[in-house]
Ligand binder design. Structure first.
Ligand code: ATP
Ligand code: MG
Length: 352
């Protein structure tokens, strides 16, 4: 029987509650699909600070390297907000991403048919939306040199190397091959040299994927099109800052922050986590929506372990639970038949 080692970082706030439900679902699907999962629990963020004094303990850095993938809940909360920057939970997460060599952030934005009324856009505009934003994570203006804040001026620099663009483009094209073979690369090539460069390299990579249809769009237009007619997009490939903005905008098409997963992948082990934070305001009440984390577990099966069938089973189970009217509180206003707890939602999905 195939066996995988999964790093599990529950984290803070609602982290432990939602990760427990994802593990429940993973346990169930691994039995039916005939593979074995071994979990290594690790500390990060506030829980790590309380236990070891630092947000990213060495054992976690070493531990994740031995895993096939890492499933992560969320970190942070008011308890640790006043610590110095290098001791904060968020610093631990950034450090972990760096240690893991992740340079690609995958953020799906899909709209479940059952929740078309949860979005602020009209149902006919968003019904059927299924977008994957592929965002470059370690380059661009967030990291470029020189950068400086002076008295009379300040500047940052948008830099991309050939290799940085190539490797993120390859991630996007590989994903497009597994989806609908369409990519829209988003840039600002009418104004920025770095975007012209980006375009050229994406075009070059495209030659290795003759089946994939590639288009280009300026970021201002892409922002508008995402709201006007999001169904035109399948895979969106973009750089660090444009991806940051577009993926947040795209995520709101779905209606609740509690629904969407994400993956950070790269050279080594991938990190899979919900897009939302630790939601300290509802932690410990058992009312959090575990679907974003359960979806993240599905992404992990699909993209890190290649267990596509198991991933599909989970995705189908989520749709079925929604179709039967089960809702956690955050989506309780939209065609609910029964409001369920975090743990009940996990069990419903695991039982399908
Ligand atoms: P971060 O800085 O980590 O992103 P945040 O405070 O900006 O954290 P979240 O922790 O994501 O944001 O919480 C934003 C709001 O969404 C909160 O009111 C929270 O209760 C709600 N929320 C977040 N995740 C969930 C979830 N899984 N289920 C229900 N509500 C959620
Ligand atoms: Mg936030």
């Amino acid at each position: 029987m195939k066996s995988y080692r999964i790093g599990v970082i529950k984290g803070d706030g609602i982290g432990p509650e939602i990760v427990d439900e994802a593990l429940k679902v993973l346990d169930a699907v691994s039995v039916t699909q005939g593979f074995n999962l071994k979990y290594d629990e690790m500390l990060l963020g506030g829980a790590a600070i309380d236990e070891t004094g630092v947000p990213l303990p060495d054992e976690t850095i070493q531990g994740v390297k031995k895993c096939d993938a890492v499933l992560f809940g969320a970190i942070g909360g008011p308890k640790w907000d006043n610590l110095e920057r290098h001791l904060r939970p968020e610093t631990g997460l950034l450090g972990l991403r760096k240690e893991m060599g992740t340079f690609a952030n995958l953020r799906p934005a899909m709209v479940y048919d059952e929740l078309v009324n949860a979005s602020s856009l009209k149902p006919e505009v968003i019904q059927g939306v299924d977008i994957m934003v592929v965002r470059e994570l370690t380059g661009g203006i967030y990291f470029g040199q020189p950068r400086e804040l002076q008295e009379e001026k300040a500047y940052n620099t948008m830099v991309y190397t050939k290799e940085e663009v190539r490797r993120i483009a390859i991630v996007a094209f590989d994903i497009a091959m597994k989806r609908n073979k369409r990519i829209c690369s988003v840039d600002k090539a009418n104004v920025l040299e770095v975007s012209q460069f980006w375009r050229e390299i994406v075009e070059e990579v495209a030659k290795d994927y003759p089946e994939v249809e590639l288009s280009h769009m300026y970021v201002d237009n892409a922002a508008m099109q995402l709201i006007r007619d999001p169904k035109q997009f399948d895979v969106i490939l973009t750089g660090n800052i444009f991806g940051d903005i577009l993926s947040d905008a795209a995520s709101m098409l779905s209606g609740s922050i509690g629904l969407l997963p994400s993956a950070s992948t790269g050279k080594g082990v991938g990190l899979f986590e919900p897009i939302h934070g630790s939601a300290p305001d509802i932690a410990g009440q058992g009312i959090a929506n575990p679907l974003a984390t359960i979806s993240s577990a599905s992404m992990m099966l699909r993209y890190a372990l290649g267990e596509t069938e198991a991933a599909e089973r989970i995705d189908e189970a989520i749709k079925k639970a929604l179709a039967e009217g089960y809702r956690t509180g955050d989506i309780g206003d939209y065609d609910a038949k029964e409001i369920v707890s975090c743990a009940e939602m996990g069990s419903i999905i695991a039982d399908y």
